[in-house]
Design a protein around this ligand. Sequence first.
Ligand code: NAP
Length: 316
Amino acid sequence: MIWLIGCKGMLGSEIAKQMTEKKIPWIGTDKEVDITDINALIAYTDTIETASYFPSEIKRSERKINWIINCSAYTNVEKAEEDTELAHKLNAEGPLNIARVARKISAKLVHISTDYVFNGHGSSPYTEDLPKDPLGVYGKTKAEGEDAIQKEMNTYYIIRTAWLYGFDGKNFVYTMTKAMNSHDSVKVVNDQKGTPTCAVDLAETILKLIEKNNKAKTFFGKNSAPSYGVYQYTNAGETNWYEFTKEIYRLGKKYGRITQDCTVNPCTTAEYGAKVERPAYSVLSKDKIIKAMKLKIPTWQQSLEKFIKNTRFEPK
Ligand SMILES: NC(=O)c1ccc[n+]([C@@H]2O[C@H](COP(=O)([O-])OP(=O)(O)OC[C@H]3O[C@@H](n4cnc5c(N)ncnc54)[C@H](OP(=O)(O)O)[C@@H]3O)[C@@H](O)[C@H]2O)c1
């Protein structure tokens, strides 16, 4: 059985939906089981395996938690600069607590991290092994969370992603769709490069990774599961926020999500006057995960079109 932590967040709710559709036995918690309190996590695992009430679709023999997926985090990049203590608790101490509990119950862990662990001063895709050098509190605390897991346990997959959008949660695609439906023009930065990533694709990849690990076999002492460690997953290709917005506008118009004309204007980060320094170049290399899982990753444009076309598309 999989324990999904942060099941009500944007990525968490997509993983939850897919697990239910695929009939994968799972349980989910969010804020009510606080990841900053190790005793709360332990108490939850104790009750879960002995609970009298259980979703009927989960058989008694499946009640052992053998995987934890951690999607909980402090994700507000700007607020983190002032809310340092809570960001540290959630992004650094939380993953450490989860890793300790995973070890205690002999569960494997999938933890989600971010492109913000890099400074973004590069100009070619960042590979997993490059040194981390985060710019702000969010990136620093997420980097500490990665380190804590790596020190605490061996059976983990840390998956870094970037520019995430999904159906259930506040995200750039929804924000811009709403803005372009209520303004004649919008101004968007064109000097930060990265890759938009649809939560649907990332969720599918995480579940495939777990399945591959579960089905792995050992031949001549070599295990066929992707080796544990750090991986990176985003959609394929690269763009900047301005070009991304133009594509949201084009597709929004095509599928009737944007019903008025709006001009998308480029500007620089300096002109925009952002409060927090963000990585200027945060394209992540996907070569490692492509090779380990024999993946074919859709381009960001293909996934964006599917997302905007989908009936679940409801900007909140
Ligand atoms: N969004 C992006 O663009 C992006 C990019 C790169 C990487 N990531 C990473 O991807 C992962 C998922 O991101 P997301 O955007 O899906 O995050 P999200 O929507 O902010 O979801 C995080 C969830 O964790 C919950 N939570 C907060 N405090 C908690 C606590 N003490 N104990 C347990 N749960 C708690 C949140 O509840 P509340 O909402 O009520 O606080 C929320 O439901 C994160 O690790 C994030 O760092 C995200």
